[in-house]
Write a protein that binds this ligand. Sequence first.
Ligand SMILES: *Cc1c(COP(=O)(O)O)cnc(C)c1O
Length: 377
Amino acid sequence: MKIPFNKPYFTGKETEYIKQAVETGKISGGGLFTGKCQHFFETRYGFNKSLLTSSCTDALEMAAILCGIEPGDEVIAPSFTFVSTVNAFVLRGAKIIFADSEESTPNIDVAMIEPLVTSKTKVIVPVHYAGMACNMSGIFELAQMYNLLVVEDAAQAVDSYYQGKPLGSLGHMATFSFHETKNVISGEGGMLVVNDDKFSKRSEIIWEKGTNRAAFFRGEVDKYGWVDIGSSFLPSDIIAAFLYAQLEHIDDIQNRRKKIWNFYWDGLKILETKGILKLPHIPEYATNNGHMFYLICADLVQRNRLIEYLKAQGIMAVFHYLSLHKSPFYEKQYDGRELPNSDRYSDCLLRLPLYYELSDNDLEVIIASVLSFFRYE
Ligand SMILES: *Cc1c(COP(=O)(O)O)cnc(C)c1O
């Protein structure tokens, strides 16, 4: 018996759509399936402009260019996040000002942001951890007051909402990931959403290696050339064909993942009731998109013992981010402020297996193992 942490789910249509893409004879970026995927997001979630990218990392790098980051500009982001959230801005010369997570969730603590704002601050990057919304009204209040841009790192947040509004539709820009570990996948893959129209035109240029090729194909200019900086951010249409097969099944995928999440919740809530550990907290303004089920253990030693205990029974549970302010790359430049909640999530958070094909029987085995570790059979 072996239960992996993740297992990519294939809906069955992926290879058929890839074949179709091949048969159209056009498999570079911006083809038929790229258009279908972008249209899907724009109509279903009301995103202003969606551009598929080769990864969420690429989408973040595009966002950093669009924000006009110059050396010395400051960007406020959580320390408990994936490297790409901030590396994209560091590539453009930004200084990252790390903020702590909330006590109750790993999301950025809005109360901690205001004292970090200076005349050099340009952007806030909220990360919707586990697909659950950050406190966006608090973030927008600050953004308005200090004239800052907001880029949502919605890598984990497909099909999730803040007060009824889709995540990814709120920030000036937002980024998504379709990496194989996310809810809908294309192996590697991502998307930039541009909600503020003033960035739309430039986003297409950056996407197409700094050229106005998109405008040319729409007949808006009679030749295309090098007009700005950019890179090759768009994926092959083969990747988009794969992704489109997933998007057609998004409701089914989401329903199964949320069912698994609720199964864990029902089976493990006794441990929270008894004060032994904490389960995910969902603020009243947020929804759960079934991206991740995590536990917050009492301390690092207990968390690592639980990982070992589950592993001995063939169950792969994993920890998550190491605080970026303490990373080998950034610690030398860091100003030294303590970020206790970020460190606590680094030490104590454990993620349980969550994938479409995880069976009810698997879930019962995992839940029984966690309960038995805490002697709660
Ligand atoms: C997965 C993830 C990324 C990176 O996504 P890629 O598509 O692998 O580049 C960035 N930020 C967060 C919060 C993520 O979970």
